[in-house]
Design a protein around this ligand. Structure first.
Ligand code: OXD
Ligand code: MN
Length: 595
């Protein structure tokens, strides 16, 4: 099999045996174990450049930055090709695609057989979570993609430290990945929660192949979380520091491409001089109940896989700073001199000429987008000027508020606080959002995306809701739960709320509510700020616009609550009764108004 093979840097028999078996199946020419060193990064990068997988950008302007173009048929997560392979279909639930594990191993095993002939198999050991944390999990990804290896190096704590943490135990996630021939007909992302195993084939796109992220940290993670009594969530984590130095941590779930990265790195507007937002994470939170009865969160990741289009000095100055070095750009446009990248919404004038994400010449008169709408940057967290000093803390940070947010043109007001924990879970469970380019499929239709976890829950979502409800019994000091919507529109289709840094005004109210020091008005569907509660000073926005953004339209809510019935029905007996009772109660209260 092997022309050359670096020595396994492990004495772990379970790991050595598994790598041997997978290599026998995939038949690579070489097996290379990665140690995470700087020398290794240089070597792999040089090789990737020599092979045309990465293009070196202008190293004076963007040191350590490279550009990658994926296959045009492979630019987003493929939810229809993503499977949860539990022994029964019921365990995967109605919102997941299911495949029988035996069938999946056989089907994908056939494709993996010889898939790495003529290629190198990289053994990528990584940790999800800070070193030394009881919450941290070890994964090993075997991949034939040097691009994946280099991205995993940014996104996770990768290398020898992971092997050291693993020691001689058998407690690691087994991830196998091959790009095969990047053919959508032979593309599958299969999860085997009972085996702590992921097999991904036929794709080279981030969310499908950086197995630590969506596959381990969310799908397998949520399954492990239920078994072990913690939560794996599609949430950013941020710290709000007041001018007096008071720190409040917030976790927020938004569906893909709804601005989680922007929110996590927000710079407060002038009116909030002295306030500071610190980023703990921008996409994933693992949360457990601490000995003090509070909910504590870690970010299992070590980098950002952010959406490039729309990222600018206006929307996210900290991200613009973060991606100035050591970053891999994927499917953005390239400047004509091939030294820099560009995307729709970037600062400055639109260049007259570019090379588009497919490698074709592009001019400012072109009607096509220059960058793919789901083009990305992969950047190390350490580059973020607003990085929290607690990202590596094994205990994580204590969460005071949880936010659920969607992209909704109507109905959902700027901010709404739940009456209690159960109502908050109901709010999360019925979260709706208009679809974006982060997944293949139609963009702009409202779909229910409970807790923003619809594509990421690794087991029956009815059981997932129950798990959330049960957490209350262990939480002496549960976080307060909120719902937000930055995306409400007026009749002309214009956003009524300015968003971005101005979201600080909403966040401030949330922090004050979580700390029990400001009032609110009880609406039928939740607590809302009283007129004057939101600090709007210095904001150029009409009273009418504010009302449009914050108003609760009971007629729209009636339609909303009615439409949730069908969504709930699919879970049958697995749906916790209290959730549908919340729906019925709110609907009855609305009907009582005689609408
Ligand atoms: C992501 C996503 O890439 O949610 O974070 O799609
Ligand atoms: Mn995400």
């Amino acid at each position: 099999m092997s022309h050359s093979s670096s020595e396994p840097s492990t004495r772990n028999e379970h790991l050595a045996q598994w790598v041997k078996e997978m290599a026998a199946l995939c038949k690579p020419d070489n097996v290379v174990w990665l140690d995470g060193s700087e020398e290794e990064r240089k070597r792999l990068t040089e090789q990737a450049v020599a092979e045309g997988i990465l293009l070196e950008l202008d190293q004076k302007k963007l040191p350590g930055c490279y550009y990658h173009r994926s296959n045009a048929n492979d630019v987003a997560r493929v939810e229809h090709l993503t499977f949860i392979c539990t022994p029964t279909k019921d365990e995967a639930g109605p919102t997941n695609n299911w495949m029988d594990p035996k069938e999946a191993y056989q089907k994908l095993g056939g494709m993996f057989d010889g898939a790495m002939k003529g290629r190198t198999m990289y053994v990528v050991p990584y940790m999800m979570g800070p070193s030394g944390s009881a919450m941290t999990k070890v994964g090993i990804e075997l991949t034939d993609s040097i691009y994946v290896a280099l991205n995993m190096r940014i996104m996770t704590r990768m290398g020898q430290a992971a092997l050291d943490m693993l020691g001689t135990t058998n407690d690691f996630n087994r991830g196998l990945h091959s790009t095969l021939d990047v053919n959508p007909d032979r593309r599958f992302i299969c999860h085997f929660p009972q085996d702590n195993t992921i097999w991904s084939i036929g794709s080279g796109y981030g969310g499908n192949v950086l197995l630590g992220k969506k596959c381990l940290a969310l799908r397998i993670g949520s399954y492990l979380g239920r078994q072990e009594g913690w939560l794996a969530e599609h949430m950013l984590i941020l710290g709000v520091e007041s001018p007096e130095g008071e720190m409040t941590y917030v976790a927020a779930a938004f569906p893909s491409a709804c601005g989680k990265t922007n929110f996590a790195m927000m710079i407060p507007p002038k009116r909030f001089a002295g306030w500071k937002i610190w980023t703990v994470g921008d996409d994933i939170a693992w949360m457990r109940v601490g000995a003090d009865g509070r909910l504590w969160a870690i970010n299992p990741e070590n980098g950002y896989f952010g959406v490039a289009p729309g990222t600018s000095m206006k929307s996210n100055p900290n991200a613009m700073q973060t991606i100035l070095k050591d970053t891999i750009f994927t499917n953005t446009a390239l400047t004509a001199d091939k030294g820099d990248v560009w995307w729709e919404g970037k600062d400055g004038p639109v260049p007259a000429e570019l090379i588009d994400w497919k490698g074709q010449p592009w001019t400012s008169k072109s009607t096509e987008k220059a960058a793919h709408p789901n083009s990305r940057f992969t950047a190390p967290a350490r580059n973020n000027p607003a990085l929290s000093r607690y990202v590596d803390d094994p205990n994580g940070v204590p969460i005071s508020a949880i936010i659920f947010g969607g992209r909704r043109a109507t109905t959902v007001p700027l901010v709404l606080q739940s009456f209690n924990w159960g109502h908050g879970i109901y709010m999360g469970a019925t979260l709706g959002s208009e679809t974006t380019a982060a997944a293949t499929g139609k963009v702009g239709v409202v779909r229910r995306d409970p807790m923003a976890m619809l594509p990421f829950c690794g087991y029956n979502m009815g059981d997932y809701f129950q798990h959330w409800l049960r957490m209350q019994h262990k939480l002496e000091l549960p976080p307060k739960i909120f719902m937000v919507n930055w995306f409400r529109q007026d009749e002309a289709g214009k956003f009524v709320w300015p968003g971005f840094g101005e979201n600080m005004r909403v966040l401030k109210w949330i922090v004050d509510r979580a700390r029990g020091r400001t009032g609110a008005l009880e609406s039928v569907v939740g607590w809302v700020p009283r007129s004057g509660d939101l600090d709007l000073s210095g904001l150029d926005i009409s009273t009418e616009q504010v009302e449009k953004a914050t108003g609760v339209d009971y007629r729209q809510w009636k339609t909303e609550l009615e439409s949730q019935k069908e969504f709930f029905a699919q879970f049958g007996e697995r749906l916790p009764k209290s959730l549908n009772l919340w729906r019925e109660l709110l609907l009855a209260r609305l009907n009582g108004l005689g609408l």
